[in-house]
Ligand binder design. Structure first.
Ligand code: SIN
Length: 488
């Protein structure tokens, strides 16, 4: 396809990246711009054979990569970070073109993604083991930390420029190699990142990208015995299926799965901060993040003012093509995403909710959907149980703290939760009582490369980011050295 003028040729790739080579495949699939519906690329579709070739390349490259001193791996990762930052503008355009998010959010994601390479470049140098006090005077005992080996990664379409670095940076820092299957909606981001990795000096075979179907590429990564670790971000449903497949070869797993994030707004909250924080968590990426607010519980005393202030701010949001100036909300990723918003709203209204603003497809057509606020939501509604993954904010009224915590925890999910209060004792009580991996207090934006990201319950297994992030790519080896005769 024709490369957009604003994207330099070295960043625009439509072929597989295996063992340091760009290669075509027998078939191709179309990548669409969700803002216009236009086909922007025809990307090579890898199958089982290509995935197996990439796994073989990753396996062959792994020992030499792991043998490089940590400092050498760190230098390459830091160069990768620097190249992403230097190319932030065209990368942001690629992201908006294939994903739809406003350019300002795309730019922020480029820097957020790059930061994982910076962070884990340093962590590569801090993979410490243990010296264990011995039980015998002729023995020395150690616990070594070693790379697990070849890793399979399956990444989502909502944050391709951040989720790929969040997995690749710790894996490579640990001395592992990787075969990545990017989401079929957003493969161009993955291929651009691979090109910059190569320019940064990542050796052939260390990082491979195989776009293609879940049935071929994803399934091979989940079942091939040479893949020792599978890391996935996506829905709980798919995570469960991958877990079952990966059990055949007992792979180590990291699963970043669905959320159903509650926001708790107490009477003593700062109203403006609560509204701004709720907008940040609900409407970022048009509501398509797994840490997005899905249920907004507001205490009776502040409820009406909160609903009115939130609805006014939401009604003022400008929708449009993410590449246009001043746009706050782009299109949803596809027609299914629109249908889910419609289904949740129809169900809520049928069960007594009131549409305060929005509530339907936007006049722009395609997959544009009006940012929506619903009042009068209850736990009888679908929207309380299922992740909407769209710009619909349902508001539930509550009376006291114990009720709010019980409602917030009444879900099988446990990824992120948010609390707005100025009461310090409540911050501790509620922060500790929420059954979630991430709790934002008086903020709707918590993501940071140096902090552990991950969920409790059916929201996943493992953590990404922070010092915990690299643990997921390491094995422990107990070394017991006998026969050390005493001095002299
Ligand atoms: C996600 O939806 O998984 C990513 C959100 C984030 O990292 O902030």
């Amino acid at each position: 396809m024709t490369r957009p003028e604003a994207i330099p040729a070295p960043l625009w790739h439509e072929n597989l990246y295996i063992d340091g080579h760009w290669q075509a495949a027998a078939s191709r699939f179309a990548v669409h711009n969700p803002a216009t519906g236009a086909v922007i690329a025809e990307v090579a579709s890898g199958g089982v054979a290509e995935t197996e070739a990439a796994i073989a390349a990753a396996q062959a490259a792994q020992p030499a990569w792991a043998a490089q001193p940590a400092k050498a791996r760190a230098a390459i990762l830091r160069r990768w970070h620097d190249l992403i930052v230097a190319n932030a503008e065209p990368l942001a355009r690629i992201l908006t073109l294939e994903q739809g998010k406003p350019l300002a959010e795309a730019r922020a994601e480029i820097f957020y993604g790059a930061a994982f390479f910076d962070w884990f470049a340093d962590e590569a140098k801090r993979i410490y083991g243990d010296v264990i006090p011995s039980y015998a005077d002729d023995r020395r005992l150690l616990a070594l930390r070693q790379p697990i080996g070849v890793c399979g990664a399956i990444t989502p379409w909502n944050f391709p420029m951040a989720m790929i670095p969040r997995k690749a940076a710790p894996a490579l820092a640990a001395g592992c190699t990787m075969v990545l299957k990017p989401a079929s909606a957003t493969p161009l981001s993955a291929l651009a990142l691979a090109a910059l990795g190569e320019a940064a000096g990542v050796p052939a075979g260390v990082f491979n990208v195989v776009p293609g179907s879940a049935a071929a590429v994803g399934n091979t990564l989940a079942t091939d015995p040479r893949v020792k670790k599978l890391t996935f971000t996506g829905s709980t449903e798919v995570g469960r299926a991958l877990m079952a497949r990966a059990s055949g070869t007992i792979k180590k797993l990291s699963l970043e799965l669905g959320g159903n994030a509650p926001v708790l707004v107490f009477d003593d909250a700062d109203l403006d901060a609560a509204v701004a924080g709720t907008i940040a968590t609900k409407f970022r990426n048009m509501g398509q993040t797994c840490v997005c607010a899905n249920r907004i519980y507001v205490q009776a005393g502040i409820h009406d003012r909160f609903v009115a202030t939130l609805a006014a701010a939401v009604a003022a949001m400008r929708l449009g093509d993410g590449l246009a100036q001043g746009v706050a909300q782009g299109p949803l990723i596809d027609a299914d995403a629109v249908a889910k918003c419609e289904r949740h709203i129809a169900d809520a209204v049928a069960k007594g909710a009131r549409i305060v603003t929005g509530g339907k497809r936007h006049a722009l057509g395609g997959s544009f959907f009006e940012p929506t606020v619903l009042a009068g939501a209850t736990h009888a509604m679908l929207i309380a149980a299922e992740e909407t993954f769209g710009p619909v904010a349902p508001i539930f009224r509550f009376e006291d703290e114990a009720e709010a915590v019980a409602l917030a925890n009444a879900t099988e999910y446990g990824l992120a939760a948010y609390v707005f209060t100025t009461n310090h004792a409540r911050i501790w009580r509620v922060g500790e009582a929420l059954e979630y991996g991430i709790v934002g207090i008086n903020t709707g934006a918590t993501s940071y490369e140096g902090a552990p990201f991950g969920g409790w319950k059916e929201s996943g297994i493992g953590r990404e980011g922070g010092r915990q992030g690299i643990e997921e790519f390491l094995e422990t080896k107990y070394l017991c050295i006998a026969g050390i005769s005493p001095l002299g």
